[in-house]
Structure formats: structure tokens, C-alpha cells
Design a protein around this ligand. Sequence first.
Ligand code: CO
Length: 395
Amino acid sequence: MPPKAANAAVNHLRNKSRASISTACVVSTSSSTVESGLRIVGAHTDSPGFRIRPNGATVSDGLARLGVEIYGGPILATFTDRDLSLAGRISFLDDGKHLTHQLVRFNQPLLRLPNLAIHMNRGVNEDGLKLHKQNELPLLFAQLTAGQLPKPYFLELLAQASGIDATRILSWDLAVYDTQKGALWGANQEFYADSQIDNLASCHAALQALLNDAVLNSAESTLVCAFFDHEEIGSESHIGAGGSFLADVLQRINAAASTEREDSARALAHSFLISADMAHAYQPNFPAAYDADHRVFVNQGPVIKSNANRRYSSESVSIAHFIRWCEEAGVPHQRYTHRSDLPCGSTIGPIASAKLGIRSVDVGCPMWAMHSIRESAGVQDHDYMIRVLERFFSD
Ligand code: CO
């Protein structure tokens, strides 16, 4: 049987809103923040994929399509032949002419990107599936009759899904999501698969650790889970890790504990950030993609990520702290660096750490197929991550 926490994670991933347009802080405050500082776990809520263009609905030969922009760096080919749908946020005027915002989700499969048959794309298995980003990504969503116009037709669909009169809708942000539920897989159900594991799995692990009663009762520090939007596009937004959101929240927490400016600086100096984001697990079909000495494996524990050019925030002191928390929690750990001939990804770690002036380490559970619409990872690792974050929060 998989650990309970992993089941909870899968359920969480099944039930998530999929809208991915949120930034949030969850905080447990302590009266001794000045001396013991803040224990922060940072992660991101967004995932790469498609966003619907404002005037995206078009029709040709009776087939209505939605034009999309690419958000971040998805593996485009994985979006073909999936049961896709839409989720996001609508802004509208309510009965009293107040500006109002509401989340919306189409629950049924609404969209599809059908592949070209192999008979018309004979080289697909030799050359790979290449999709033209402008011409070949619009998503099919309806078959219209001669008198039906695509834009009002789509607006009416939006009105039905949201319960908001079409004439009141002013604007929206809509993301494409995969309606297929998460699943455990493997001979012993030791793996799980879903969309958006990067990085909702880390968000879930952090929240599980923070909400543990034993952690809350024993913690001497102020505990913070900081979840950011826009990591996949560089974090530069008012709600991204490059914005002032987290610094503002921490400043207000510190101001509530003490009005002395010096106390706030002391609290920050005693603080620590764990930047939790997923890592690249070894896939034995592609051995050349990895540095041979830094392969990390699913179900063998959290990964500490290092990069000499500080694409990750880890350095020897923060790494040593994390290793100690792992050992105290009875959790194994692994070390990862990216191949030097491949560009390394990054996380919110270096950005948030630099903005706050707080020491940080970049860690994450190993996973396969990062940025595919169907990612997978190890069940045991999720439990390991929760346990080491609980230890961190209790320190
Ligand atoms: Co990520």
C-alpha cells in the first residue's frame, strides 16, 4: 500500500482547480519570531501549457477553433489527442454594476488537438512530432452551422459554464487543462501520474507539513508556505516571486510582532527558505541526458539541487542544514547537478532568496517528463518530502 500522504496528494491533485492563477501565503505565527526567525517553504502554483487568446474563437469549414498562446515551456506534442478543457477566471459586472471576479471551470472535455494521421506524417517517428506554434496549435471545440458565429458562440459557452450573463462578461484568463484524473501506477502502485505535478506536489507537501498538529504545537519559529504564480515565465509579475508580495507579507508579520525596525532585520537574519520544486529523475531509456555522477532516482528521497551559476540557491551551508534535517527525519537525500552542455532550469529560490536576503536551499522530489501534460513521480518521495519539511518547520 502506498503511504497515506501520497494518497492524499493524488486526491489533492485530482481535486485542484487547475486554473493555476494564484499566489498565496499560509502562515503560522510565533511570538518569538525575532529570535527564532521565519521558516519558509516556497513553491510555485503555475504550470506550462496553453492560454486562450482574447479573440481566439474562429471558424473555418464549420469547425470552430480556439487560438492559444503558449505559457512557459510545455512539451507541445504531449497536448495532442488529450481530453482537454478550460479553467480560469472571469471578470464581470454584477447586478449592482460592481466589478466582480469569479473562478470558472468547464468540467467536461471541451477541446482537442487531434494529431495528423501517420499516413499524412510518415516521418513522425523518425523526426519527432513538431507543431508550428502559430498555425498548428489552435484547439478544436465545436462544429458550427452556417449561421453561427464563433466568438458569440464561445462567449455563450463561457456564460453557461460560469452562470454569468454573456453581456456582463468583460474579460477572462483561461488556461487549458487535461481532464484525465491522477492515477497510481506500477506493479506495486509505487508511482503516480497526473498533470501539474511540477509543482503542485511541492505545494501539497509544504501544506501537509505546515498543517501537522504536532508541528504547529512544537514550532518556535513563524512558519510560512509561500506559493507563487508565474514561475514558469520568469517570476517577474506583481504576484510572482520577483514581486514584492512575500517581502510585504513578512514585513507585516514582523511589524505585528514588534514595531522596532531592528527586530524585523533580526528576524529575517534568523530565517531560512526552502525552495521546493521538482527535480529530474533518471529515465533509463535516455542515459545520455544526465550527468553520470548526479543521477537521481524516484522513491530514493528528496533531491538537493546545485548550480555553480546560482540557477539554484543552494550553497554549502544551506545544503548542510537540509542534510541534517533529512537525517533527523530518517529521510534519504540525493544530489543533483545538470549536464554542463544543457541549459539548466531555475526556480523561485534564487529570486526570493535574493529579494529577502535569506539563506536558501533548492530541493525537490524527482519526477519524470517535467512539463509534459502527463507527468509522473514516485509515491514514496512525496512522503519523504513531507517528513523533512515537518522536521524543518519544527527546528
Ligand atoms: Co517547477
